[in-house]
Design a protein around this ligand. Structure first.
Ligand SMILES: *[C@@H]1O[C@H](CO)[C@@H](O)[C@H](O)[C@H]1NC(C)=O
Ligand SMILES: *[C@@H]1O[C@H](CO)[C@@H](O)[C@H](O)[C@H]1NC(C)=O
Ligand SMILES: *[C@@H]1O[C@H](CO)[C@@H](O)[C@H](O)[C@H]1NC(C)=O
Ligand SMILES: *[C@@H]1O[C@H](CO)[C@@H](O)[C@H](O)[C@H]1NC(C)=O
Ligand SMILES: *[C@@H]1O[C@H](CO)[C@@H](O)[C@H](O)[C@H]1NC(C)=O
Ligand SMILES: *[C@@H]1O[C@H](CO)[C@@H](O)[C@H](O)[C@H]1NC(C)=O
Ligand SMILES: *[C@@H]1O[C@H](CO)[C@@H](O)[C@H](O)[C@H]1NC(C)=O
Ligand SMILES: *[C@@H]1O[C@H](CO)[C@@H](O)[C@H](O)[C@H]1NC(C)=O
Ligand SMILES: *[C@@H]1O[C@H](CO)[C@@H](O)[C@H](O)[C@H]1NC(C)=O
Length: 363
C-alpha cells in the first residue's frame, strides 16, 4: 500500500509551475446591466482577445454548474459549440488522414460517434461511454484496461504514451482485431460535425428537442441558433477543470479515485486557484454542503503540509493558522467559508478532483 501511495504522491500536481489561471474560471461580471451581448463570432473574438475562450461544457455536472452561474441573467448565453468548418468530420486523434475505413456503420448526421474495436469489428459508440482503450507509442499499441470516456482515454494516452491508436494499414488492423477477442476498446477515431471554440475534447452533448436541426452555434439551453443572433457573452480561462465527487471516502480513497478516473485530487496553488474553487462551491449544489477533501496532506516525516508532491506556499487556513503536527494529517476545504482545515485522514467526505483538459488541436 505504501508504495502505491508513494507512487501516487509523486505523480501529483506536477505541472503547477505554469500556475497562473490554471483552474478553469468563468469571467462573469456581477453587474448584469454592463454584461456584454453580441453575435457568436464577435463573442468568440471578444473572449479570444482577452486570451479566454467561449465556454466548453464537459458533462452534466458542468452544465448544471454553468446554468446556476448565469441564472440571475435570465437570458441566453453563447457556448463554444459550433458547426465544424472541417471538410472531414471523421478524424484520427493524432491528425492522420483516414485512409483505412473498416466501419460498416453509417454515420448519422449531427451525431458525435467514437469508434471502438469490439470482437474483431469496428463499431460506433456514444463517446461518453466508459471503455477500455488502446494507446499508441511508436509502432507499439498498449491496451489500457481501465474505463474512461473517449476524451479521458485520449488524455491518458497523451500523458503516458503518444496518442490513442490510429490505424493505417491492414496488417495493423488485423493485429488489433485479434487483440479484441471478447474485448472492446476505444481507438483514436472520432466522427463529429460539431466542435468547441477552444478545440477542447468534450463528449458532452445535450441538444434541445429536435436539435441539432440546423447548422450554427449553440447556447446553453441546448438549442442551436443562427450565429448572427445576439446573446450574452461569457468567457472562461484555465486548462484544468474542477470535478466534484459526491462519494464519501477517506482521503486516500479520494486520492486514488481522482487518479483513476480523472487526473488528481484538487490542489490549490495560488489565489487564482482558490477563486476558481470558490466559484464552484458557490454555484454547485452539493447534496450536503459540508467539508470536502482536497489534495492537502501533512508530511509525517517533516511536519509540513504538502500538495501531493510539493510544499504548500500560498494558503488559506482557517484563522490563518497553519496546523501543527497532530494526528489529523489531511486537509479539507469548508464549502461555506472556503477556509482549509485539518482532518483525520480516515474520516469520510466527498471530494474535489481536477481533470486536465485535452485539446484536439495538438498537431
Ligand atoms: C453597471 O453597469 C452600468 C452600465 O455599464 C453602469 O451604468 C452602472 O453604474 C453599473 N453599476 C455598478 C453597480 O457598477
Ligand atoms: C474578463 O475579465 C476582465 C476583468 O476581470 C475584463 O477586463 C475582461 O474584459 C473580461 N472579458 C470579457 C470578455 O468580458
Ligand atoms: C485567438 O488569438 C490567438 C492569438 O492570441 C490567435 O492566434 C488565434 O488565431 C485566435 N483565434 C481566433 C479563433 O480568433
Ligand atoms: C477526407 O477523407 C477522404 C476519405 O474519406 C480523403 O480521401 C480526403 O483526402 C480527406 N480530406 C482531407 C482534407 O483530409
Ligand atoms: C448505409 O447506407 C447505405 C446507403 O444509404 C445503405 O445501403 C446501407 O444499408 C446502410 N447500412 C446500414 C448498416 O444501415
Ligand atoms: C466508412 O464506411 C462506412 C460503410 O461503408 C460508411 O458508412 C462511412 O460513411 C465511412 N466513413 C467515412 C468517414 O468515410
Ligand atoms: C450518451 O450517453 C450519455 C450517458 O450515458 C447520455 O446522457 C447521452 O444522451 C448519450 N448520447 C447519445 C447521443 O445517445
Ligand atoms: C517498430 O519500430 C522499431 C523502431 O522504430 C523497429 O525497429 C521495429 O522493427 C518496428 N516493429 C515493427 C513490428 O514494425
Ligand atoms: C464552515 O464554515 C462556517 C462559516 O465559518 C461554519 O459555520 C461551519 O461550522 C464550518 N463547517 C465546518 C464543518 O467546520
Amino acid at each position: 500500500m505504501m508504495t502505491i501511495l508513494f507512487f501516487l504522491l509523486c505523480s501529483g500536481c506536477f505541472h503547477l509551475t505554469s500556475a497562473a489561471n490554471r483552474l478553469r474560471y468563468f469571467n462573469l461580471t456581477n453587474n448584469i446591466s454592463s454584461a456584454k451581448k453580441d453575435n457568436w463570432y464577435n463573442a468568440r473574438s471578444e473572449c479570444n482577445n482577452s486570451r479566454e475562450s467561449l465556454v466548453t461544457l464537459y458533462d452534466e455536472e458542468d452544465a448544471k454548474f454553468f446554468a446556476k452561474l448565469v441564472s440571475d441573467y435570465k437570458s441566453l448565453f453563447w457556448i463554444g459549440l459550433h458547426k465544424s468548418q472541417k471538410k472531414n468530420f471523421t478524424t484520427w486523434s493524432n491528425g492522420d488522414k483516414l485512409t483505412l475505413n473498416d466501419s460498416n456503420v453509417n454515420l448519422t448526421k449531427g451525431k458525435q460517434n467514437c469508434e471502438a474495436i469490439e470482437d474483431r469489428a469496428w463499431k460506433h459508440f456514444n463517446c461518453s461511454h466508459r471503455k477500455h482503450f488502446m494507446c499508441q507509442k511508436g509502432n507499439k499499441s498498449i491496451l489500457i484496461e481501465s474505463e474512461r470516456n473517449w476524451c479521458q482515454a485520449l488524455q491518458y494516452c497523451r500523458i503516458h504514451y503518444t496518442d490513442l491508436v490510429s490505424i493505417s494499414d491492414d496488417q495493423q488492423n488485423e493485429e488489433l482485431k485479434k487483440k479484441s477477442r471478447k474485448k472492446s476498446f476505444w481507438i483514436g477515431l472520432l466522427h463529429d460535425e460539431w466542435e468547441w471554440a477552444d478545440e477542447s475534447c468534450s463528449t458532452y452533448r445535450k441538444w434541445g428537442v429536435s436539435q441539432p436541426n440546423h447548422d450554427f452555434a449553440a447556447t446553453m439551453d441546448g438549442n442551436i441558433h443562427t450565429a448572427n443572433n445576439i446573446y450574452h457573452i461569457i468567457c472562461s480561462k484555465g486548462s484544468v477543470r474542477i470535478k466534484p465527487i459526491p462519494h464519501h471516502s477517506t482521503w486516500e480513497e479520494a486520492l486514488i479515485y481522482c487518479k483513476t478516473y480523472h487526473t488528481r485530487l484538487l490542489c490549490i496553488e495560488d489565489e487564482d486557484d482558490q477563486r476558481a474553487v470558490e466559484q464552484w462551491l458557490d454555484n454547485y449544489d452539493f447534496n450536503n454542503k459540508e467539508t470536502l477533501w482536497i489534495g492537502l496532506r501533512q508530511s509525517s516525516l517533516f511536519g509540513f503540509w504538502i500538495w501531493s508532491d510539493r510544499t504548500v506556499n500560498w494558503h488559506n487556513w482557517k484563522n490563518k493558522i497553519i496546523p501543527e503536527l497532530s494526528s489529523s494529517q489531511c486537509g479539507v476545504i469548508n464549502a461555506t467559508d472556503y477556509t482549509w482545515s485539518e482532518e483525520n485522514c480516515w474520516n469520510k467526505h466527498s471530494f474535489l478532483c481536477e481533470e486536465d483538459i485535452v485539446y484536439m488541436d495538438k498537431y
